[in-house]
Design a protein around this ligand. Structure first.
Ligand SMILES: Nc1ncnc2c1ncn2[C@@H]1O[C@H](COP(=O)(O)OP(=O)(O)OP(=O)(O)O)[C@@H](O)[C@H]1O
Length: 210
């Protein structure tokens, strides 16, 4: 999915926190968004995800503005993921369940993702009792399992240990290569953006820099 932003402005009261004249996010690539605290990275991601609709300007997804169909093809993994008070397995399978996928198929896909992200030890645990890093791994698994066309990641490895970061990065890149999904990742880790991103966008004071 290609995304084009035109004259996008976001205000909190009368404070302009995002001011993007023109920005194109390429289809099938991993785009990194970097920039200092408060520069508008999460705001931008929330707007692209359809979570925040209170902005000026236009955003096109391929050729259309947001609708239910496009909304169903994308997912946002937020910094503080919300997980249900159920098993990790049920949380990861949830996006497939709501899409009426059969139980056997759900099991196959959930176990494949659990395997790839190397989180077998978490499978039967209650999701609301997980640590911050464990929750991030599970929420990434829940996003990857339904193979969205647009995957939005807000600092997905901020609480993750170095060994696990390698695994998650490997799986984000694998997902992008295998499905040709568009991935946008907000990160403070410049080495990470160098490692996995095809393109990097620098935000400062709500504007796109060089
Ligand atoms: N709900 C809100 N009400 C008022 N101001 C807000 C709100 N949410 C964000 N802001 C302001 O908008 C600006 C951009 O915030 P945003 O969270 O997008 O920054 P960020 O680049 O993601 O920062 P960080 O790197 O710290 O996560 C900040 O100055 C922040 O204070």
């Amino acid at each position: 999915m290609k995304i084009s932003l035109n004259n996008v402005k976001k205000y909190y009261r009368d404070r302009l926190v995002l001011d993007i004249e023109k920005l194109e996010i390429e289809k099938g690539k991993i785009t990194g968004i970097i920039g200092p605290n408060g520069s508008g990275k999460s705001t931008l991601l929330n707007i692209i995800s359809g979570l925040d609709t209170d902005y000026q300007g236009t955003i096109c997804y391929d050729l259309g503005v947001i609708n239910k169909d496009i909304y169903n093809k994308m997912t946002l993994v937020s910094q503080k993921p919300y997980l249900f008070k159920r098993r990790v397995y049920d949380n990861i399978g949830y996006p497939l369940k709501v899409r009426n996928i059969q139980k056997e198929e759900i099991k196959k896909n959930v176990d494949k993702i659990i395997d790839r992200l190397e989180i077998k030890d978490l499978r039967e645990k209650k999701a609301h009792l997980l640590s911050g890093g464990e929750s991030q791994k599970v929420s990434l698994a829940r996003a990857l399992v339904f193979e969205p066309e647009l995957l939005l990641l807000d600092e997905p490895t901020s609480n993750i240990d170095p060994e696990s970061i390698k695994i998650l990065e490997r799986e984000i890149v694998r997902f992008n290569k295998e499905t040709e999904a568009t991935v946008i990742i907000v990160t403070h880790n410049l080495e990470q953006s160098d490692r996995i991103c095809d393109k990097i966008i620098y935000l400062q004071n709500g504007k796109v820099g060089l």
